[in-house]
Design a protein around this ligand. Structure first.
Ligand SMILES: [Zn+2]
Length: 151
């Protein structure tokens, strides 16, 4: 029912590691963030509600082809590094969870990352990252994904 290239996108996303904890069994995507996540992190995302994290199962959900293309495009451009910017700057006390970490560590990380947006670049603090984010948002807005991005 999907075109072959869409199936290829799904397969390539399944081969990634969880963008939140690094686990190798990715099953879900947070569509507007462009992140792919494991079934454990999915639980923590689902607590946040769809306005924070709009979730689709890579295989079991019925995808709009535009949405899976958006996830793939954002994921391929390492958008996750923007959501976790402070971790790379070393400007936060948090660390990225690892697959074997206990659930409460992962749950807190997901909440900080997606709901509180603790790790995103602060305005004016890091011009390069901010410009990179702006460039990506502008690129999305100009693309066919505009109605998805701006929803
Ligand atoms: Zn995970």
């Amino acid at each position: 029912m999907y075109s072959a290239d869409v199936l290829d996108l799904i397969t390539s996303l399944e081969a990634k590691e969880c963008d939140d904890c690094g686990k190798k069994e990715v099953e879900w995507a947070s569509v507007k963030k462009g992140t792919v996540i494991c079934s454990e992190c999915f639980c923590f995302h689902s607590y946040l509600g769809p306005s924070v994290s709009y979730l689709r199962h890579l295989r079991k959900s019925a995808w709009d082809e535009e949405h899976i293309r958006l996830v793939h495009a954002l994921n391929a451009s390492n958008t996750n590094m923007i959501w976790e910017s402070a971790l790379y700057e070393g400007s936060t006390k948090f660390r990225k969870p690892e697959p074997q970490d206990p659930s409460h560590i992962k749950e807190q990380f997901v909440k900080e990352k997606y709901e509180k947006m603790t790790f995103q670049p602060k305005r004016g603090k890091d011009e390069d990252v901010e410009n990179s984010l702006n460039r990506q948002l502008i690129a999305c807005a100009r693309s066919d994904f505009a109605h998805v991005t701006l929803r």
